[in-house]
Design a protein around this ligand. Structure first.
Ligand SMILES: [Zn+2]
Length: 456
């Protein structure tokens, strides 16, 4: 996500590697499959059914599956399970636990079908009916990621993005009243209209989520970027061509710099959103509150999330610096190479430093000490201001310092290595640090920033 705070945005690919990327196309690996059928009624309700064929890619025998019901985290909204087959189940807030009838061993599959009703909040949230759009972020029960600790089930957080999920293959049928255009994580393979309702058909491989945004007011601009179709759905943007171009140019830049963008299309969509933007696989939301410069910056930040969130996952609940700081650093690399947009490295580092020092000073005065550690989970932040300064501003300064420690060219090589090693998985923080450490003495830099010792 990119934050808007008081409306100030605070908020090793060798040829051989490129070949292995093609061989490792998101369509080809055995993984969990979602088949989602959902219908939006034109008001505040979406009725859905999700058939999940879970593939146990862990080394453990599992007795249960855990899902997150993010619709229960949004104020004014809810996600209610109406029926479930595949095991005994229990829902509690944003957590849904399904106890399997028999133990599921590694490389076996479990089939679970969940019927649910999503009641959409009204307001500028990820899952909500806004003035101009219907935001269907996190609109279905999604499997939690699984690691050494077990299932990673989190509560919806007041700050940041609690969404940690694993890559799966999606088949989606989304029905809405005729007249709604749908921006989604994939381009519709077709539509069917009957009785005033249109069903849109999608397939998306190798994605850790699927998102859609609906509106009857969308205009659509499109262009191609290095073999990827880039779309911009908007309803109020005098600079739509500029916004589309910066999305396409940053997609091309990150593709060449970090490694290949794997999806056939990338869609940017203007929405009502309190934050500046929000990332989903192959789709990013941009708030209609953004002015021209903010829209440019936020678009690049959200596009960077296609690498650092969508393809290379990380735990954005327990280590949000890992994707947010890296997206801020990626933005800086892009703008260094695209001076026409008016952002400079000196300017971006200067404003991050100034904002961070301001935060530090305020917290010191108000609370007799600022917690400068970066290893905090989302529920350990006092609010947006602290979170944005630690995860985004200090995150940018961290990656810049790590790049200075190994040299900027080596820093880019480290990020290519990180992309190659962790694409389609959830990377631990140590994995990212090790990629930098392979190119120089960067471990001390990471440690001193993360534990809060460094003085900025
Ligand atoms: Zn972000």
């Amino acid at each position: 996500m990119k934050k808007i705070i008081g409306f100030i945005v605070a908020a090793c690919l060798s040829a051989a590697a490129a070949t292995s990327l093609a061989a490792c196309s998101p369509q080809t690996q055995e993984r969990t499959q979602y088949r989602i059928t959902a219908a939006y009624d034109g008001g505040n309700t979406l009725s859905g059914e999700v058939e999940v064929s879970y593939f146990n890619s862990t080394d453990n025998a599992l007795d249960s599956l855990c899902f997150n019901l993010w619709g229960n985290g949004v104020e004014g909204g809810s996600m209610e399970i109406t029926s479930l087959s595949g095991g005994e189940w229990e829902a509690d807030g944003t957590a849904l636990t399904v106890s399997l009838a028999s133990t599921l061993y590694p490389e076996e599959r479990a089939e679970v079908t969940i019927a649910y009703t999503l009641t959409l909040a009204e307001g500028n949230a990820r899952t909500a009916v806004t003035e101009h759009t219907v935001n269907l972020g996190n609109f279905y029960p999604v499997l939690c990621a699984y690691d050494r600790e077990g299932w990673l089930s989190y509560d919806y957080a007041d700050v940041g993005d609690p969404f940690v999920s694993e890559v799966a293959d999606y088949t989606v049928e989304l029905t809405a009243p005729e007249g709604y255009a749908v921006a989604a994580s994939a381009v519709a393979g077709g539509t069917e209209t009957a009785d005033g309702m249109t069903t849109h058909f999608y397939e998306l491989g190798g994605a850790r989520d699927f998102c859609a945004v609906l509106s009857t007011e969308f205009e659509i601009a499109t262009r191609e970027a290095d073999g990827t179709d880039v779309y911009y759905y908007y309803y109020d943007d005098e600079n739509a061509e500029n916004t589309l171009n910066v999305a396409a140019e940053s997609l091309e830049f990150f593709d060449k710099t970090f490694g290949g963008y794997p999806y056939p299309a990338y869609t940017l969509v203007q929405t009502g959103l309190d934050a500046g933007g929000m990332e989903y696989p192959a789709l990013a939301m941009i708030s209609d509150k953004c002015d021209e410069q903010t829209a440019v910056y936020t678009t690049v930040h959200e596009t960077a999330h296609q690498w650092w969130y969508a393809v290379v996952g990380s735990n954005s609940y327990t280590s949000p610096w890992q994707d947010e700081g890296l997206c801020e650093y990626s933005c800086m690399l892009f703008f260094e190479n695209a001076p026409q947009y008016g952002f400079t490295k000196v300017g971006l580092l200067g404003s991050a430093t100034k904002a961070y020092r301001g935060y530090y000073s305020v917290y010191n005065q108000l609370f007799e000490g600022a917690d400068t550690s970066m290893t905090r989970a989302l529920d350990e932040y006092a609010g947006e201001y602290e979170y944005a300064n630690i995860a985004y501003n200090k995150g940018l300064l961290l990656f810049d310092a790590a790049a200075n420690a190994v040299g900027q060219e080596n820093a880019v090589a480290a990020l290519r290595k990180y992309f190659e090693e962790y694409k389609y998985s959830v990377a631990p923080p140590e994995g990212l640090i090790a990629c930098f450490a392979a190119y120089g003495d960067a471990e001390g830099v990471f440690n001193s920033f993360l534990n809060g010792e460094i003085i900025i």
